[in-house]
Design a protein around this ligand. Structure first.
Ligand code: NAD
Length: 275
């Protein structure tokens, strides 16, 4: 199974489909990531906050897949939005992962109430210039916080990883990303599995295409140009979520899925999120 790449704004290729490990315990992460790598995933998304960087690192280091074929993302937590603290937090993440160079480092949330994300961004720019990370980006940034980052920063973010699924389609933010050369990465791409996958439109399209509702949703993302990082610890679902390159949704199918957008968040609102 070959996953296509999205070429980031600095020329670095990133697999369009990867494996997310939020809420996977460190002890379980090694096995889950090993299963994903065996299935053919080459991109893994973790974060300091997930407390499983060690398990991810063990899986990566014990895998037969050469490091240069892998794309590893981790994230800077909200308490570290200060230049020196951010540099130290990166070193700690890399120590836990057991890696020398990271592929993508993201500011996890902008936390506008704290208003320190530009300090954090300066640290990410430094890590990027020093060659310790191949691309830098953000997560949960809004048009407002992205605009400031683009205006005041030296390196434009390569990626914004945001909550995005058919019931929160994020049209405005995706258009802003497109205009500014920022790749859109969808978190909770399956709407966390709750409710969304029983949605009648998706069940109908699932029967029509002979694919599962999860595969229909992932296909919708891919055809929109989103990067996706679905999570599962069930081996059959890990494989199923990767098997989405052998069929195509029609423009009508795409429009029907996009019509499910009701602007409903599952996670916090990034404009007010402050923990
Ligand atoms: P998701 O949308 O990937 O849904 C995962 C859940 O859906 C699973 O726990 C399972 O219950 C179900 N599921 C998965 N595959 C399925 C299938 N084939 N059929 C039926 N049900 C299935 O949700 P997520 O884990 O919240 O998001 C994915 C990744 O995004 C995370 O693991 C993490 O890496 C990232 N993330 C980032 C942020 C952020 O703030 N940057 C926030 C949340 C998640």
């Amino acid at each position: 199974m070959t996953v296509p790449n999205i070429v980031l704004n600095n020329g670095v290729p990133m697999p369009q489909l990867g494996y997310g490990v939020w809420q996977v315990e460190d002890a379980e992460a090694e096995k889950a990531v090993a299963t994903a790598l065996d299935a053919g995933y080459r991109s893994i998304d973790t974060a300091a906050l997930y407390y499983n960087e060690q398990g991810v690192g063990r899986a990566v280091r014990s895998s037969d897949v050469p490091r240069e074929e892998l794309f590893l993302t981790t994230k800077l937590w909200n308490t570290e939005h200060e230049y020196d603290r951010a540099l130290a937090a990166f070193d700690q993440s890399m120590g836990r992962l057991g890696l020398d160079v990271l592929d993508l480092y993201l500011i996890h949330w902008p936390v506008p109430a704290q208003d320190r994300y530009m300090d954090a961004w300066r640290a990410l720019e430094r890590l990027y210039r020093d060659g310790r990370v191949r691309a830098i980006g953000v997560s949960n940034f809004t048009v407002e916080t992205l605009t400031r980052l683009l205006d005041e920063g030296d390196v434009p973010p390569a990626v914004n990883q945001i909550e995005l699924h058919p019931t929160l389609a994020q049209a405005e933010l995706r258009a802003f990303h497109r205009e500014n050369g920022i790749a859109t990465e969808a978190w909770s791409p399956l709407g966390q599995g709750r409710g969304l996958l029983e949605e009648p439109t998706l069940v109908r399209l699932s029967a029509a295409h002979g694919r599962t509702p999860a595969q229909i949703v992932l296909r919708w993302h891919l055809q929109l140009g989103n990067i996706v990082i679905p999570k599962s610890v069930t081996p059959s679902r890990i494989a199923e979520n990767l098997d989405v390159f052998g069929f195509e949704l029609s423009p009508e199918d795409m429009a029907e899925i996009s019509a499910l957008d009701v602007g409903r968040r599952l996670g916090p609102d990034p404009a007010t999120m402050s923990f």
